[in-house]
Design a protein. Structure first.
Length: 217
């Protein structure tokens, strides 16, 4: 029973990577003339972005490889009640749906990574009405969900790494950038929408000082 579930986890993760990364990048380029990929520029400007970027890359590689190693019986899988991988599959599928919905809501503002010199609109509609970072929520759901479908030390490590990368990118890269770029609107928005889950991780409004706002102008 483990091998078919591991194959399902591998296929689900592969579909997620194709839809959320490859297809979305192609759509962005066709619409705007830019891939939306700022990863290298952001990592060069910010050590936190560099750490998060490495974490994302390793987590994705782990998510792609671990299920197939489990399916080939090369990687030992921990025995769990059948309900656990079933719930994992539902969580991962929900994450994929959330990710695609959030990407569509972002429209032309969609990007991977942060370029501090870039100006993007503050998106607050769709799933962003309730959660400030629904795409990161989706990534964590996909990684954790597929990991539990064929749980091993490698898939667990990938899930932990993805959660850590999302936390670093959000708290130390994305949120400071958005505070600087939208000094009046983002604090109010962040006070009403949760960070990853509705109602949790809301920020108290702390507008920038006039000096910081002047540096941005």
């Amino acid at each position: 029973m483990t091998e078919p579930v591991a194959v399902a986890a591998g296929l689900l993760y592969l579909v997620a990577v194709v839809l959320l990364l490859a297809v979305r990048t192609w759509q962005q380029y066709r619409t705007t003339g830019s891939t939306g990929f700022n990863g290298f520029r952001g990592a060069a400007q910010d050590p936190a972005a560099r750490i998060a970027g490495i974490g994302f890359a390793v987590a994705v590689l782990t998510g792609l490889v671990a299920p197939w190693l489990a399916a080939a019986v090369v990687l030992p899988v921990w025995s769990l009640p059948i309900a656990v991988p079933a719930v994992g599959a539902v969580v991962a599928a929900g994450g994929l749906l959330l990710g695609r919905t959030a990407q569509q809501a972002m429209g032309r503002s969609w990007r991977i990574g942060v370029d501090v010199a870039e100006a993007t609109d503050l998106v607050t509609h769709g799933p962003f009405r309730l959660v400030r970072n629904p795409i990161f929520t989706a990534l964590m759901m996909i990684q954790v969900g597929t990991a539990t479908m064929a749980l091993s030390w490698l898939s667990l490590a990938g899930a932990v790494l993805m959660v850590a990368a999302c936390q670093i990118q959000t708290r130390w890269v994305e949120e400071p950038y958005l505070r600087r770029r939208h000094p009046t609107t983002y604090p109010d928005y962040a006070a009403t929408a949760g960070r990853f889950v509705p109602g949790l991780g809301r920020l108290h409004p702390t507008p920038l000082t006039s000096q910081a706002a002047g540096e941005l102008a």
